[in-house]
Design a protein around this ligand. Structure first.
Ligand code: GDP
Ligand code: IMO
Ligand code: MG
Length: 429
């Protein structure tokens, strides 16, 4: 790939588009990799030299020894999950602690967040969101509400933080005991567990906004790593079945401090079909043997929670909306190899609602629930694709599929992925 300054990798659907693989590849030609949204609800997979690594909150550029990895202020950090991840991967990610920066502005996830979310989802019953139960929603809610929020920078003043945790736990215990009839939690136990985590992370806590603005001015190349996907974006996604952060490219500026003008190119990632985890409308879902076949061929089980992913045809109508919203320069199609050997192959190019075609991707969840996909049949192929390294190595039907997706989405395909490994990738000029 040609060096093009700063780049953003963003999911165009409901997450798990293989952003991690693409970030890992592109990190080789960037100086800095920045996560700007979400937390350890994300599960990004990187595979090379026969090994597979699962990342949740550390940027997927960690395996490149020259890359500085930044966790931006828009991320919510579970200190325990972050330390676990650093320890798990530092053997393979040389010098990680010296080149990982965590924004002092990033908000934090605590045991009261995960516990509250578990209780809330349980009490919702059928009306639940189907979250990853990582405390993401409650942590962002506290950030917006300000009163009980804790930012990473507060670990640098432990005595202040200890007293604050006591106040917060006292308040949260009112909710646990009086609303849910549950046992209270112990502030002392929380502090005993989190004080050492804070000590471990303290050397990595920094004003990353200042760092990134300086780096951008010096011409350093920055790669922005989106978590989740545009259809899970709190503002632009399929609300309320979304995550609690700006999961589109709209999150880059608030989530990193780097103004959007500084971003060179935005690449939107899609799978060759569509998946979704958790609840919420999914117009192209295949609740049949074909959907099961795609799930098995694509190993579509969640990286974070292990839940089976719902599978369906590629929804180019939704992707076209996401591509416009992110102003993508190009798209990346991943997992194309998974479609080999299907008896039939379709893509969705529009929706009808109550029998009438709709012009725009629906803003109303009750309308989206009623949307029926307009499907176009394409020619399937049986050949395996994993050895292809250039477009011409793909069978004719697979090339035609890529071309049709490009037209339907209205953006050029820049990269095609035909297997989980770094090497199993086709770059287009
Ligand atoms: P992310 O959250 O967007 O980073 O994506 P995930 O890592 O959650 O899910 C993508 C899954 O597909 C991972 O298990 C990857 O190892 C795998 N994967 C990535 N690219 C390809 C590909 O081109 N073909 C196949 N078969 N698997 C892929
Ligand atoms: P990556 O970065 C797929 C989904 C959850 C649920 C909704 C809200 O790996 O693509 P949350 O825990 O965020 O409050 O859950 O969002 N979700 C994801 N789905 N990939 C992800 O991340 C996701 N992160 C959250 O399943 O439907
Ligand atoms: Mg994932």
């Amino acid at each position: 790939m040609k060096k093009k300054g700063n780049t953003c990798i963003v999911g165009l659907t409901w997450g798990d588009e293989a952003k991690g693989k693409i970030v890992d590849i592109l990190a080789a030609e960037h100086d800095i990799v920045v996560r700007y949204n979400g937390g350890n609800n994300a599960g990004h997979t990187v595979a090379f030299e026969g090994e597979t690594y699962k990342l949740h909150v550390v940027p997927s550029g960690l395996f490149h020894a020259n890359a500085t990895c930044v966790i931006g202020g828009g991320v919510v950090v579970d200190p325990k999950a972050l330390v676990d991840e650093i320890v798990r991967h530092e053997g393979k990610a040389a010098g990680l602690r010296q080149r990982l920066l965590v924004s002092s502005r990033a908000h934090t996830i605590w045991p009261w967040h995960t516990r509250l979310e578990a209780l809330s989802e349980k009490h919702q019953g059928k009306g639940k969101i189907g979250t990853t139960l990582r405390g993401i929603g409650p942590a962002y809610a506290d950030k917006a509400n300000r009163v009980h929020a804790i930012r990473m920078g507060e670990f640098l003043a432990p005595e202040h933080l200890r007293a604050k945790i006591e106040r917060i736990v006292e308040n949260r215990n009112l909710v646990f005991t009086k609303v849910f009839g549950e046992e209270p939690m112990s502030a002392a136990a929380v502090w005993a567990e989190y004080e050492p985590l804070g000590k471990t992370l303290a050397p990595m806590i920094a004003d990353t906004t200042a760092y990134l603005l300086r780096a951008a001015a010096e011409g350093k190349r920055i790669l922005f790593e989106g978590a989740q996907g545009t259809l899970l974006d709190i503002d632009h996604g399929t609300y309320p079945y979304v995550t609690s952060s700006s999961a589109s490219a709209a999150g880059i500026w608030p989530g990193s401090g780097v103004p959007s003008r500084a971003i060179g190119q935005i690449l939107g990632v899609v799978k060759a079909y569509t998946t979704r985890v958790g609840e919420g409308p999914f117009p192209t879902e295949l609740r049949n043997a074909l959907g099961d076949q795609i799930r098995e061929q694509g190993h579509e089980y969640g990286t974070t929670t292990g839940r089976p992913r719902r599978c369906g045809w590629l929804d180019t109508f939704a992707i076209r909306y996401a591509a416009r919203l992110n102003a993508v320069d190009g798209i990346v199609i991943t997992l194309l190899d998974v479609l080999s050997g299907l008896a039939e192959l379709k893509i969705c190019t529009g929706y009808t609602v109550d029998g009438r075609p709709v012009a725009e991707f629906p803003d109303d969840p009750t309308v989206l629930e009623r949307a029926r996909p307009v499907l176009e049949t394409l020619e399937p192929w049986s050949e395996k694709l994993t050895a292809a390294r250039q477009l011409k190595d793909l069978p004719r039907a697979a090339r035609a599929y890529v071309k049709r997706v490009e037209e339907a989405v209205g953006a050029p395909v820049r990269i095609i992925s035909v297997g989980p490994d770094r090497e199993q990738t086709i770059f287009r000029r």
